[in-house]
Design a protein around this ligand. Sequence first.
Ligand code: DOR
Length: 423
Amino acid sequence: MSLLIKGARLLGEDAADVYVEDGLIREVGSVSTTADETVDADGLVLLPGLVDLHTHLREPGREDAETVLTGSRAAAAGGFTSILAMANTTPVTDTAEAALRVWELGRDAGLVDVQPVGAVTRGLAGEELAELGLMARSRARVRVFSDDGRCVADARVMRRALEYVKAFGGVISQHSQDPALAPHAACCHEGQLSGELGLPGWPSIAEEVIVARDVMLARHTGSRVHVAHVSTAGSVEVVRWAKAQGIAVTAEVTPHHLLLTTDLLAGYDPTFKVNPPLRPAEDVEALRAALADGTIDAVATDHAPHARHDKEHAFVDAAFGMLGLETALSVVATVMVEGGLLDWAGVARVMSANPAAIAGLDGHGRALAVGEPANLALVDPSTSYVVDRGASLSLSRNNPWHGRSLTGRVVGTWLRGARTFGA
Ligand code: DOR
């Protein structure tokens, strides 16, 4: 199969043709060769396929909310060519066998490379380390480990996990929230509004103390820590300081923390209930600035599909989480590109190259250059559209972007030269 993308602006810069054969980019420039598929990309922007460090697929266990196949479809529609599938499934991905199963389901779906994330501890219980080495050595080649919504709160366990994964270049992706400061019932940002609404709050400091502890543990062990979905200005300060010391820390931010603020909770709509919670505008400003200046390395969706019967409850009882795969690029384009904070090369860096490097994915996040795998996302930078949750390819409908107008949209995606999304 061959593919010719004609006249796309590569990373938003000069227009060129890109010719692909047998999954690899073969020519870039002015190409006269004919191809099986030709795409007129005049005015469109070509990016390397996006990589999501933080996706929740619900298979195995909750296939009513999402399967590996439906999540892969949503990912491809969002321009992704690789996604990291979080470990909080039922059963938990805490063994090599479980990781291999998710990897195989992804391979069989064939739309994106699904890379399993392994649990740090057995059953996400925070006590005993999971089969980290066996997962790493398995065919699934697990490199990222996370207990996700459960913070690895015990410093001794976190220290051991960091020491262990260092041997094979792994990384611990920590969901930073001290359970002593963010009690189980907490369901929104702690502040004046949580008091007015009568909702138990979750203070910023619960996140910041764990980020601070973990960068010191990373320094102590000489290992790598990744801060999952940074949500506060204080966490940004700690990460900035740690990077300046040469500590091996990386960080991600979600699209929703770049745009949505805690005041959306005034209507008690559980669509906006998420962990970590939406924060005030000052935090959102700090997160945007940190993404622009490289303190935050990557955008990761935290795509968290939930069935209606888990989400449509009183705010305190509803499940945490919101959809994100299909809209991530549009939110980043609207906030960061339209907002003048990132150019398209910057978008490729934070949504493709950096996440691929953090996860150790050699075949993704590459340059648009001859010899590289043709993992590609084609974007219409100027189109505006209103998000319709009914049109989503996800099985779930907990879409916080429903009814919002966004600018910039993925119109085509290719995985190793094969089209996975678009006409
Ligand atoms: O909002 C969230 N949803 N945050 C998490 O940490 C977990 C996730 C989920 O699994 O639904």
